[in-house]
Design a binder for this molecule. Structure first.
Ligand code: AMP
Length: 216
């Protein structure tokens, strides 16, 4: 991706699984021309390619648990550095623990953190019908963003698949992880006045408009 990296547009998306952070991060990335990095997508790619790192994190990702946080932090910070995203990034899924938030703050502190709030029932409903494109990563839902009539990705025609960790048990674990590990990160950014909270139950266009208001 050849994108311009405007100075200090460093944005972090926070939210439960299925809160819409992946969708909104991708939209904002296109709009602002700032690169989007999803830690979950990076981990899934490494697992698919069976790299040594992918093998180390596979079990955690499948169960919906937090992987080895120091190793994951090193890998994500290396991605930011190698791709020269140091002055501009939109992160989704990272940081997820206080350790990761502090490490990011030491190196490339985000200016704005956007929390998309949703109820657990909404999460369960949305994830039950979520399909992700294997090729371009576009996220589909039966109602909000349905696949093509032939079942292919509406954006690139690629194959759609349900995520292995979108089963009920892994979703429950991911919600527990959210309460235990991500909530402290939210409080940390709130205390530092970097947090913006947006209702994730609103329509995607409305959420995007609100985000634009806060980041530009
Ligand atoms: P996501 O795509 O953000 O829902 O992430 C999918 C899974 O990848 C999570 O349930 C974790 O197992 C793992 N994961 C993603 N980001 C992180 C992170 N920052 N630290 C630890 N594990 C992560």
């Amino acid at each position: 991706m050849n994108m311009r990296s405007p100075q200090s547009i460093r944005i972090v998306f926070l939210g439960k699984p299925g809160s819409g952070k992946g969708t909104q991060a991708a939209l904002l990335s296109e709009r602002l021309m700032v690169p989007h990095l999803s830690s979950g997508a990076i981990l899934r790619e490494e697992i698919r390619e069976r790299t040594p790192f992918g093998r180390k994190v596979e079990e955690y990702v499948l169960r919906g648990e937090i992987g080895p946080e120091e190793l994951i932090t090193t890998v994500i910070l290396r991605y930011i550095e190698r791709r020269r995203y140091t002055d501009g990034y939109i992160l989704d899924g990272f940081p997820r623990t206080m350790y990761q938030a502090r490490e990011l703050d030491v190196r490339y502190p985000p200016g704005r953190c956007i929390l998309l709030s949703v109820h657990d029932e909404t999460v369960l409903e949305r994830l039950a019908s979520r399909l992700t494109c294997r090729e371009c990563g576009e996220i589909h839902h039966e109602i909000d963003n349905p696949p093509r009539p032939d079942g292919a990705c509406d954006r690139c025609g690629g194959v759609l698949e349900a995520r292995a960790d979108d089963d009920r048990e892994a979703i429950r674990t991911r919600l527990t992880v959210f309460g235990a590990d991500v909530e402290p990160v939210i409080r940390y950014y709130r205390r530092r006045r970097r947090l913006v909270e947006i209702d994730g139950a609103l329509k995607p266009d409305e959420i995007h408009a609100r985000i634009m208001h806060f980041v530009t």
